[in-house]
Every structure is written in C-alpha cells, then in structure tokens.
Ligand binder design. Sequence first.
Ligand SMILES: Cc1cc2nc3c(=O)[nH]c(=O)nc-3n(C[C@H](O)[C@H](O)[C@H](O)COP(=O)(O)OP(=O)(O)OC[C@H]3O[C@@H](n4cnc5c(N)ncnc54)[C@H](O)[C@@H]3O)c2cc1C
Length: 242
Amino acid sequence: MTDQTFRFQVDRIIQESQRVKTFRLQPEGSGLPFHFSPGQHLGVRPAPPGVPDTEHGKWRHFSLSSSPSEGFLEITVLNQGTASDRMHSLAPGDWVEATRPVGDFILEQEVGHGPVFFAGGIGIAPIRSMIRLCLEQEMGEAVSLFASFPTREQAIYREEIRAWADRVPRFSCWLTYTGTETRPDAQDSESHPWNRPFLEERIERPLERDYYLCAPRGLMDIVETLLAAMGVPEDRVRRERW
Ligand SMILES: Cc1cc2nc3c(=O)[nH]c(=O)nc-3n(C[C@H](O)[C@H](O)[C@H](O)COP(=O)(O)OP(=O)(O)OC[C@H]3O[C@@H](n4cnc5c(N)ncnc54)[C@H](O)[C@@H]3O)c2cc1C
C-alpha cells in the first residue's frame, strides 16, 4: 500500500455475532478525508501509521458498511485469519491506518423500479451501505433484500433489517437460514432455499430491476444461474467477488 493513507480511531465496536464485529472508525480531523460510494472497500491495517507491518498488522480490504452521509466509517469484519483476528483484538481508542476507498461495485443512480440485493454471510457488509443510502435518499419504488445465513444467530444486522422493514413500506426482505438449527420466523425469515419459484414469487417486475450480489462463490453462482433463467439481462447484475 503505497498510496496516501489516513489515521482513524476506533470509536465503537459492535459484536454482531460470535465471529463478526462492526468497527466504527472516526477520522483524525473533523469530517471524512474522502468521499465514497456505497459498495466500495478500503485497505485497513490494524496498526497506527508509522508502526511497521508485522504478521498481525497486515493490510486487508474491508467493505464500508456505513452510509456516506455519516461522519464516520464502519467496517464489519469476520474473524477468519491473521489480520481479521488482530482486528478483533482492537479496543475503543486504538488507531488504525486506512487507504482511500476504491471499487466499482457501486449503486447505480438510475435504479429503475428498484434494486434487488442478494447477500450471503459477511457479504452483507457492502449491501448494508447500499440499502442505507437507498432508504435515506428514497431511491427506487421498491428495494428488496435476500440474505442467507447459516443460523439466526449468525444473521448480522438482523434487528436493523427488521427495523427497516417495519419503517419503510417499499423495503422487503427475506432472511434465509440454511444451517441445521433452522428456526423459521414468520415475520422476517424463511428456511426455504433460493430457487426460481421462490424468487419469482417475491420479485416484482424482475426485468426492470438492478441486481447486486455479494456472497460466497457457490451461492453467487446459484443466484447468477437463477437470474439468467428468469431472463434478467447480464448487464443488470453487479457482483462483488472477494
Ligand atoms: C474487495 C474486498 C472486500 C472485502 N470486504 C470484507 C468485509 O467487509 N469483511 C470481511 O470480514 N472481509 C472482507 N474481505 C476479506 C478480507 O480482506 C480478508 O481476506 C479476510 O479478513 C481474511 O484475512 P485474514 O488475514 O484474517 O486471513 P488470512 O490469514 O489471510 O487467511 C485467509 C483464509 O485462509 C485460511 N488459512 C490461512 N492460513 C491457512 C493455512 N495454513 N491452512 C489452511 N487455511 C488457512 C484462513 O482460515 C482464512 O479462511 C474483503 C476482501 C476483498 C478483496
């Protein structure tokens, strides 16, 4: 990472599930030092600038999960290896180094009838940022979210998603739990696997929607195949592969 970097202080840490935390990062000065579009990601190193790279202080990319309208950044991190484990050991008051956000997985301003989001596990991080902006700016006549998690306990942002659904009539969501501990919840969740009839029953005017996918590779392939079978043109599907 040779580009210009910035200092951010860990302000708040939210334990989203057993292995996932959201970190609220405050910029060093007043206001964010850059603009970003929902869906973009930035390099983060869990060490202050000046401290040399170590095995645990490595650069990793994390999607921004907050909305650009907020004066801080949030990233949501699954603990799965060396650098993410180091991130999970950070405490409020610690400093991290971050790059300028990049990436072309971004929300189109012309949203047609409205976006449809597909998220799997930690892939919901950039999708959260996109949905927050859609709801804040009243983009799209309809905004739909399909999110899949192994269990309800691993369904990060579940309360927030439910609150959006209660507050915003044009927002619809289907949370699907595929693990062995499936406990369907009549209000916001189903144990049904995603297949063509399931999607066709729930997506209004599917050919006029824009689709955003961020999920593990296997699930991404399934959704791409289903959308193609439904006749959704390739150029209406945007994907983020990590
Ligand atoms: C554009 C982009 C956006 C991203 N956004 C996010 C995000 O929002 N949130 C998020 O949590 N992550 C995100 N990631 C992933 C993130 O950048 C890291 O790749 C992730 O945190 C793992 O880094 P790590 O150092 O913790 O794991 P690493 O130590 O690099 O390990 C990576 C994987 O390899 C496995 N592994 C490591 N060593 C071994 C070994 N010896 N034998 C077998 N398996 C091994 C680990 O278990 C782990 O699953 C994103 C990646 C990209 C490219």
